[in-house]
Design a protein around this ligand. Sequence first.
Ligand code: NDP
Length: 311
Amino acid sequence: METIKTNVLIIGSGPAGYTAALYTSRANLNPVLYEGHQPGGQLTITTEVENFPGYPEGTTGTQLMDDIRRQAIRFGADVRSGIITSVDFSKRPFKAITDSGDEIEAQSVIISTGASAKFLGLPDEQKYMGLGVSACATCDGFFYRGKRVAVVGGGDTACEEALYLSNIASDVFMIVRKDHLRASKVMQQRVLDKPNIRVLFNTNTAGLYGEEFLEGAHLVENKGTDLEQHNDVALDGFFLAIGHKPNTDIFKGQIDLDEQGYIITDGHSTATNVEGVFAAGDVADPHYRQAITAAGSGCRAALDVERFLAL
Ligand code: NDP
């Protein structure tokens, strides 16, 4: 069991965390960063990233995260694998415990734990998890070559997942609860142009079925109207892409969260209600949720920490 003392503890490793590590290490603050459950964050389970400035030909999420990580390490950031399991923000130095039992004493903290995929809440989702149900097309799409799959959701993530799967699976159904897609126009057009993607508007999922593995979904069209219709669709894969939940469980009771669990920051900075604790990236951003905005807020958190420690 080790006790690690640091000026800055960074919790989480997406674009926000790595950028905060890059800036605080260049400011000689010797940050310690814990990468958490999913090193590199959500971008490592995405496909192409075409909208991060500086990559005119696009790049992959994994490559982008590896680039920023290496950039931070080059300036001395101490990037560690491991999970922070609890924190104590009641007094400084702040305390945190890792999954291997180490204790960290930190003069300041940047929380960049991101957000995780949401599920519909159907009991069958857990039953068929790994047996047909997934929340990551790039992780699991490979298993559905030439098969029939569905993607639930109508946002950019759902479109991206459907497009990815359309190059592997024979048929892709998009299950969209409204009569329109929420995704950006360019993504909508790409989906509508794909001959093997069929968008099922005004459709909800009532349940899943199958013996051992998933074999299909019970769908309800125009729910609650005179036109309500129940259909079963045969499927081998069912992919969730309905948004995200902020990863803030360990901070409950320690800092202020909004009703959805996002960390509340002071409008003009990344400061939380606890002096010396800052938040960056998707964990504090229900609105923009882009790699570039997360990276930008990681930079802002690092500058806020620098000023705080200089006081
Ligand atoms: P969004 O919140 O944008 O979309 C969620 C989708 O899931 C909506 O269509 C929503 O429907 C639907 N949904 C939510 N809950 C349910 C439910 N219980 N049952 C059925 N459908 C449901 O999330 P995304 O993850 O798609 O995107 C998050 C952010 O990240 C956005 O700002 C997006 O633009 C961005 N993004 C950008 C990408 C890029 O630029 N390359 C790639 C991926 C994401 P409804 O519309 O009815 O609410």
